[in-house]
Every structure is written in C-alpha cells, then in structure tokens.
Design a binder for this molecule. Structure first.
Ligand code: PEP
Length: 245
C-alpha cells in the first residue's frame, strides 16, 4: 500500500503563511506517488483547502470534539472540519494528551465522532522517555491502542514516541521495527484480518535525511511529520522518499 506522508503544522503559520506553504507543497507534489496530507490549525483549514484545490494534497484537522455540535466553547466539531474542506483529522496527539489531559477513552469517542463526520482519523500513540527507560514502551502502547481505537476502526495509527517529538532524537530503525511489529500484532488481535491493512505511521523528528531509512522499515505505512513539514522543500523531499505503491 502506498505510504501516507502527513504534515502536522501544529500552532504555526498566520493565514498568509499557511496558504503560501500549501501552495509551495502543491507546486512540487504532482509527480509524487505517496499520499500527501497537511494539517494546519483549524482556523486555516478552509483557506488551505482552497489553496490545494486540484492538487494531490489533502487537508486535515489536528483535533475535533467528540460531540457533533453543542455548547462547547472554543471547540471544533468534526462536521465543521469536514465542511471547511478537511478529509482527515489527527487525534490523541501526545501534545493533546499532555496539555489537555486527553485520555484513551476520550480519544476513542473523538475517533467515533470523526468517522461519523466523514473524516479519516489518525490516532496517535507513543510512550514517554520514562516509560521506555522503565521497559514499559510496548505495554503503554498496547493499552493506548486497546483504549483509543473503536471497533471497527477505519483509520490510521501513528506511533510517535513522545521523547522523539520535536527533539531531533529519532527512534532507531530497530526500535521502530520492533514497535511497529508489536502494533501490527495488536491490530490483528483487535480487528482480525482488517488489522493487517491499517496503516501505521511513524512520527518523531522525521526529516529528509532520515526519511528513506525509516520508510523502509517493515510495517511503516508512512510518516507524521511536525517541524520538517513547515518547509515545503523538506516536506516534499520526505514525500519523495516514501513508497508510491
Ligand atoms: C509531531 O508532532 O507529530 C511530530 C512528529 O513532530 P516532529 O516531527 O517535529 O518531531
């Protein structure tokens, strides 16, 4: 299956910068066979979707509420993201889990809401440095998968070791291989044959220089890219290193 390269722009870019970044990516994306996605702040989803019209780059949100609509000041519903032009949404990112106290149960509810709204969820899991130091990385990720994914699950999983996000520290290919094999086993245990084809992205300081080796690891279905996705050329170089089929 072709790999997915997803950019998480986090809380970066004013509107004009987001549109310019989207245009830069779209301009170089046409010959790239990997699936491409950018996730700007919700405020800029509509403008970025418009800038990407006619290109092979999709747009996603970075979070959505578990309810369709209602009295939830400051929140964004899945149908609103969809209406603005998003077709994907990142859920349960470690920054949401840490900064907003999101639990596996909440991530599961958000995932259901996203699917109902017509969005494809990218559900993030990953251990902290302390959990890895304590030898609890697979146990942690196993619990996150069991708690965060609804049955059936029609999205993508992103393995993002928290200690590798925005730190410049990348998991070794061996660590990625071991964890992705474990996640595959868990997905098959939870979902049977359907678990064999769920894409598992790797995220954590992916850049052009390490993309090819990380994308070649078995069970890696693409990358979730933070910092390096804010530069069109760097993001496109990562995308060119990904599998097209
Ligand atoms: C992320 O935030 O999802 C991420 C992987 O960030 P970075 O690539 O900057 O480590």
């Amino acid at each position: 299956m072709r790999q997915l390269i997803a950019g998480n722009w986090k809380m970066h870019c004013l509107a004009a910068e987001a549109v310019a970044l989207a245009q830069g990516i779209a301009a170089g994306a046409s010959g790239i066979g990997a699936e491409l996605l950018v996730c700007p702040t919700a405020l800029h989803v509509a403008a970025v979707a418009q800038a990407l019209q006619g290109s092979n780059v999709a747009v996603g949100g970075q979070d959505c509420h578990q309810a369709k609509q209602g009295a939830h000041t400051g929140d964004i519903g899945g149908p609103m993201l969809r209406d603005a032009g998003a077709s994907w949404v990142i859920l349960g990112h470690s920054e949401r889990r840490q900064n907003h106290g999101e639990t596996d149960e909440l991530v599961r509810e958000k995932t259901l809401a996203a699917v109902e709204a017509g969005l494809t969820p990218i559900v993030c899991v990953g251990e902290t440095a302390d959990q890895r130091a304590g030898g609890q990385e697979t146990e942690t990720v196993g619990w996150q998968l069991a708690g965060s994914l609804p049955k059936p699950f029609t999205g993508v999983v992103a393995y993002e070791p928290v200690w590798a996000i925005g730190t410049g520290k990348t998991a070794t290919e061996q660590d990625v291989a071991t964890m992705h094999a474990f996640i595959r086993e868990e997905l098959v245990r939870q979902f049977g044959d359907a678990g064999q084809i769920i894409r598992i992205l790797y995220g954590g300081s992916v850049k052009a220089a390490n993309a090819a080796s990380l994308m070649a690891v078995p069970n890696v279905g693409g990358a979730l890219v933070g910092g390096a996705s804010l530069n069109a050329e760097e993001f496109l170089a990562i995308a060119r290193a990904a599998r097209a089929g």
